[in-house]
Design a protein around this ligand. Structure first.
Ligand SMILES: Cc1cc2nc3c(=O)[nH]c(=O)nc-3n(C[C@H](O)[C@H](O)[C@H](O)COP(=O)(O)OP(=O)(O)OC[C@H]3O[C@@H](n4cnc5c(N)ncnc54)[C@H](O)[C@@H]3O)c2cc1C
Length: 371
C-alpha cells in the first residue's frame, strides 16, 4: 500500500513539492486515510501494533519516490516513541489516538544552535514553578516544526547535574509562550519542514513530563536506538529509487549505436549499485528485527545500519548521476534530487562520524566477539 501511495500520489507531485518547498499535507492525509500512522502505535491506542521493521518498510517505499515526504511521516514516529516507551497511561490515552489516525503530527526537538553532535550542550531550561515548568530557550532544525501539533522537547531541569540534568516534556503547539522561528531553506528533503522552536516563559503542566525528571538523555538515547534503522530505511529507499532510474535510463540512452547498458563499464557501475543496495537493505532489516525482538543493547547495531545505509545512499545516488551523464545534472530528471536528498541521511540523528565514534567506543570496551 505504501508503494501504491508513493507511485500514485507522490510521484506526480514530487518535483513540485521539492521546487516550492511545500509541506505535503495532501499526502499526509492520504497516508492517514490508509492507516499508515497507525503502524507504529499499539492496538490499545487505536494503532495497528506494528514494530520497527513495519515502519522501515513504509519509510523505504515512500523514500524510493520522495524522502522529503517520507521524513515528514517518519518524524511523527520519532516524536511519539518516547511517549510510547516512557509515557504515563494518561498521556498515552490523551495523545496517541490522534497521532494514530493522522489528525495530528508529532516532532522531536533536541538540537539547538550550540548543541548538535554535543547534545549535552543544550541550554533550553525548564524551571519548576507552582503550576508546572517554565520552558525558555530555542531549538533548531526541527523536522515537522510548525506543522506538528505535539512536540517531545529535551530541556535542562537541573543544569548542575550534567547528563542527569535533562528531562523530556510534551509540549502542545498552541501552548502560550511557544512559537516558531524561521523555516530553513534546504539542499534536499525540501518538501519537509525544518524550523526553529522558540520558548519564552512557556508554561507546561507537570503531567507533561515524560518518564522521570533527569531521564531526558536516557530517553533520547533509547529513542535514537529505535529510530536510526528508520534513517537506514530512508537511505535504502532513496538508493533503490536511484538504482531503478539509472537502469531505466541506461536501457534507453543510445550512444555509439547501442544502449549504454550494453557497455561493460556502465554495467559494472550498475552491478555495484545493486550489490550495495541489497547489502544495506539486509542490514537495516536485520537490525529492525533485533529492535523488534526487544533486545536491550541495540545502540551499536542501530548506528551501523544508519551509517552503512546512508553511505550507500550517497554513493549510489552519486553513481546514478554519473550513469545519467549530463542529464543527471539537470533538474529535468529526478536523479539530482535523489543525490541531494541522500546527503541528509549521513548527517541527522547523529552524523556518521559521531556514530563511528560510538561504534568504536563499544569495540574498545569489549573483549572478544559479541554474543
Ligand atoms: C534537515 C535537518 C533535519 C533535522 N531534524 C532534526 C529534528 O527533527 N530534531 C532534532 O533534534 N534535530 C534535528 N536535526 C539536527 C541534526 O540531528 C544535527 O544537525 C546533527 O546531529 C549534527 O549536528 P550539527 O548540525 O550541529 O553539526 P556539528 O555537531 O556542528 O558537526 C559539524 C561537523 O563536525 C563533526 N563532529 C562534531 N563532533 C564530532 C566528534 N566528536 N567526532 C567526530 N566528528 C565530529 C560532525 O560529524 C560534522 O561533520 C536536523 C538537521 C537537519 C539538517
Amino acid at each position: 500500500m505504501a508503494r501504491r501511495i508513493a507511485e500514485e500520489r507522490i510521484l506526480p507531485v514530487r518535483a513540485e513539492l521539492d521546487e516550492k518547498e511545500e509541506f505535503p499535507w495532501t499526502i499526509m492525509k492520504d497516508l492517514a486515510d490508509s492507516d499508515m500512522f497507525r503502524i507504529f502505535i499499539p492496538e490499545e491506542y487505536e494503532g495497528l501494533g506494528g514494530g520497527c521493521l513495519d515502519l522501515c518498510l513504509v519509510v523505504e517505499e515512500l523514500s524510493r519516490v520522495c524522502s522529503g515526504v517520507s521524513v515528514s511521516y517518519a518524524a511523527s514516529a520519532l516524536g511519539t516513541f518516547s511517549l510510547l516507551d516512557y509515557g504515563t497511561e494518561a498521556q498515552k490515552q490523551k495523545y496517541l489516538p490522534n497521532i494514530a489516525n493522522g489528525k495530528k503530527l508529532a516532532a522531536f526537538a533536541l538540537t539547538e544552535p550550540t548543541a548538535g553532535s554535543d547534545a549535552s550542550a543544550i541550554k533550553t531550561t525548564a524551571e519548576k514553578v507552582k503550576d508546572g515548568y517554565l520552558i525558555n530557550g530555542t531549538k533548531q532544525f526541527i523536522t515537522n516544526g510548525g506543522e506538528a501539533e505535539l512536540y517531545t522537547v529535551i530541556v535542562l531541569t537541573d543544569k548542575e547535574r550534567g547528563a542527569r540534568g535533562a528531562s523530556a516534556f510534551l509540549v502542545e503547539k498552541d501552548t502560550p509562550g511557544f512559537s516558531f522561528g524561521k523555516k530553513e531553506k534546504k539542499m534536499g528533503i525540501r518538501a519537509s519542514a525544518t524550523r526553529e522552536l522558540i520558548f519564552r516563559n512557556c508554561l507546561v503542566p507537570e503531567e507533561n513530563l515524560i518518564g522521570k525528571r533527569g531521564m531526558g538523555f536516557i530517553i533520547t538515547m533509547k529513542l535514537l536506538d529505535k529510530s536510526r534503522p528508520g534513517i537506514g530505511a530512508q537511505a535504502v529507499g532513496i538508493a533503490q529509487g536511484a538504482l531503478e532510474a539509472a537502469v531505466d535510463y541506461a536501457r534507453q540512452r543510445i550512444q555509439f549505436g547501442h544502449p549504454i547498458i550494453a557497455i561493460q563499464a556502465v554495467q559494472h557501475i550498475l552491478a555495484d549499485m545493486a550489490i550495495q543496495v541489497e547489502a544495506a537493505r539486509a542490514l537495516v532489516y536485520a537490525v529492525a528485527r533485533t529492535v523488534d525482538s526487544g533486545a536491550k543493547h541495540v545502540s551499536e547495531e542501530s548506528a551501523m545500519a544508519k551509517v552503512f545505509a546512508s553511505d550507500v545512499a550517497m554513493k549510489v545516488t552519486t553513481d546514478a548521476v554519473q550513469v545519467f551523464g549530463g542529464s543527471g545534472y539537470m533538474l529535468d530528471y529526478p536523479i539530482e534530487k535523489m543525490m541531494r536528498d541522500a546527503k541528509i541521511t549521513q548527517i541527522y540523528e547523529g552524523t556518521n562520524q559521531v556514530l563511528r565514534n560510538a561504534i568504536a567506543f563499544e569495540l574498545r570496551k569489549r573483549k572478544g566477539r559479541r554474543e
